[in-house]
Structure formats: structure tokens, C-alpha cells
Write a protein that binds this ligand. Structure first.
Ligand SMILES: *[C@@H]1O[C@H](CO)[C@@H](O)[C@H](O)[C@H]1NC(C)=O
Ligand SMILES: *[C@@H]1O[C@H](CO)[C@@H](O)[C@H](O)[C@H]1NC(C)=O
Length: 312
């Protein structure tokens, strides 16, 4: 997803409940809101003031870093919501049944992967669009992309993000305080900018994020030089010092990427646990201010509740 101003707003869909097909998800038809396209963020603000509550979710799907790559995805679901599936299965955090999703109020900005990063980067911007009396919280699932070198010591992700920011002119939506200090490219990394966020935010991330291991550190050789330890150290370090604005975090020692939109990792009998707590419960307790949840798992492979991803 293009992580800048207007793009994500165009993807906003209000959903109509079509049918209950399976126990672990239900299918929802795609509805385009033409007036939202014309009005952009104004539309959301208007709906909130009319008393609507809804969750805004940024889809993941990575970034395009230059015109060539952006053009290549133009006619795919990553470039246009017109190309998205006409029917999506909603489960996990998107389920409409309390049994599967007991805890989460819809008034929240959320997202997974590139969308999880967007919900961090846009959290305060989103807050500022809404009336001060509206309760706004942000949730990032697998969006804590770290600035780590590859296993051969190159700065791949740093250069890639710098290109993304340049290509999309993202500097103007990034935290001005961060940009003044580090420049726009580095402020695309949550570890550098999350301390400037004022809106309550909750972070869910696998310490052994499978996308990051494969794409930031490099496949296969992840642990030979202890490089990936840096990843864990990074998140741990952030938790005490930089991330004190974070109201909650659920960093489990699993090899996965995106755990909220899938029933098996969000809330099920065999879902991942941290401190004996499911992700759904931790998020719900945070959202309703019953309990702060800030936990980081013991080192891999201590956690037997993981649903580790297996790739071909
Ligand atoms: C666009 O980015 C890709 C991936 O980083 C790179 O391989 C390619 O050479 C770039 N193309 C241009 C025209 O800069
Ligand atoms: C974890 O939670 C379950 C169900 O709530 C409970 O039965 C069990 O005793 C708890 N285990 C620990 C170690 O707290």
C-alpha cells in the first residue's frame, strides 16, 4: 500500500454483511463509496460526527519504491481497490461475532504489515481529523519494520524506504519533529518516530517477523552471524526507552507476520499466548482501558503456542 496522504482513504470501504458462511469467517461484499473518493479524509470526519463508528484498516502489501514498480502494480489489487476481490472473508479482528472477536470496538485505526506501518505513521494525522471528543486509538500488526542491515552488512531497507519516501513525497505526512532531527527517510521507521506519537497505540509483532527476516535480513542465513538478534534487541530496546508512549505491545517469539486478521492467531483455543493471554484479550483490555498489556516473549523457540509460518 502506498503509505501517504490520500491513497489509503480511497480504499475505505463500508461493509455490508452478506452471509455467514463458515464458523471462522464470513464473507463481505465490497462497496465503493464514491463520495469518499471525492472528499477524501473529510468523509471520515463527517461520518464520525454523524455518530458512525467504524474501524479503518489499511491493507498490507508492501511498497513501491520507484515509478517503474508503482506502474507495475497499478492494475493489481495493490494499486487500485477496483482490482480487489469482490468478496472478502472477515475473521479474527474483523469478525462480527463476539465469540470470535469479543473485545474490539470499531473506532480504531488499524492495519497489518505495510498497513500496520501506515497506522503508526498516520496515527496522529488521523486523530487530528476527528473531533477531540472522539476516542481514537491505533493498532499496528506486524508494522514495526526495523532498520537493520542485511546479513552481508548492506543497508538495503534504509535505501528502499528512502526511495519510497522520495517517490511518494511522504515527508509532509511524517512527524515534523522527527524529520527535523533525522530527515524523512529514517522517520519511516517506527523505532525512530514512535516516540513522537501522541495518540494511544498498540503494537503487535512477532519478534521473529517472517517478512522481516526474509526481506530485511535475508532468507535462510538469518541467524548465522547473530544478525537477527539485533532485530529482537531493537524491539526490546525500544520498549523501555523510546516506546514509552506505546500503551501496549504484544511481541511474541513466533515466526509469523500479521496475527490479527486470522482467527487461529487472534482468538481460538489454540491461539498464541503471551502471559497466558491471547492477542484478542490483550487488545481488548487495552482498548477498553481495563488493563495495560506490555509483554515481550522469552527467546525463540521457548513459546510453544506459536503458529509458526512455514514457507515452501
Ligand atoms: C526500481 O526499484 C527496484 C527495486 O529496488 C530496482 O531494482 C530498479 O532498478 C529500480 N528502477 C529504477 C528505474 O530506478
Ligand atoms: C492460563 O489460563 C487458563 C484459562 O484461563 C487457566 O486455566 C490456567 O490455569 C492459566 N495458566 C497459568 C499458568 O496462569
Amino acid at each position: 500500500m502506498v503509505s501517504k496522504g490520500v491513497g489509503p482513504w480511497l480504499c475505505i470501504i463500508l461493509v455490508g454483511l452478506l452471509s455467514l458462511l463458515t464458523t471462522e469467517g464470513y464473507d463481505v461484499g465490497l462497496t465503493f463509496l464514491d463520495s469518499a473518493v471525492a472528499k477524501g479524509a473529510e468523509f471520515v470526519s463527517e461520518k464520525f460526527s454523524q455518530g458512525f463508528v467504524f474501524r479503518i484498516n489499511y491493507q498490507g502489501g508492501g511498497w513501491c519504491n520507484n515509478v517503474t514498480n508503482c506502474l507495475a502494480r497499478r492494475d493489481t489489487r495493490l494499486g487500485s481497490s477496483k482490482q480487489m476481490l469482490k468478496l472478502e472473508t472477515f475473521s479474527g479482528m474483523f469478525h462480527n461475532k463476539p465469540k470470535y472477536n469479543p473485545a474490539v470496538d470499531p473506532a480504531m485505526l488499524a492495519g497489518c504489515s505495510a498497513g500496520g506501518l501506515t497506522s503508526i505513521l498516520q496515527c496522529d494525522n488521523f486523530r487530528s481529523l476527528l473531533p477531540p471528543t472522539t476516542k481514537v486509538k491505533c493498532l499496528s500488526d506486524a508494522g514495526f519494520f526495523i532498520n537493520a542491515k542485511t546479513v552481508i552488512g548492506t543497508s538495503h531497507i534504509e535505501g528502499f524506504y528512502a526511495d519510497v519516501v522520495k517517490t511518494h513525497g511522504s515527508a509532509k505526512v511524517l512527524s515534523p519533529a522527527c524529520v527535523a532531527k533525522l530527515g524523512p527517510g529514517l522517520c519511516f521507521f517506527p523505532q525512530n518516530m514512535v516516540q513522537y506519537i501522541k495518540t494511544p497505540i498498540f503494537l503487535i509483532n512477532a519478534a521473529y517477523d517472517s517478512w522481516q527476516v526474509k526481506n530485511i535480513l535475508a532468507p535462510g542465513v538469518a541467524d548465522r552471524k547473530g544478525t537477527w538478534r539485533e532485530c529482537k534487541l531493537d524491539i526490546t530496546k525500544c520498549s523501555s526507552a523510546q516506546l514509552n508512549i506505546l500503551q501496549g505491545m504484544f511481541i511474541n517469539s513466533c515466526y509469523s507476520h500479521c496475527q490479527t486478521g486470522i482467527q487461529e492467531t487472534w482468538l481460538r483455543n489454540d491461539s498464541p499466548l503471551l502471559g497466558n493471554t491471547t492477542i484478542a484479550k490483550a487488545v481488548g483490555d487495552w482498548y477498553y482501558e481495563r488493563n495495560a498489556f506490555q509483554k515481550i516473549d522469552c527467546p525463540y523457540p521457548c513459546d510453544k503456542t506459536c503458529h509458526n509460518r512455514v514457507f515452501d
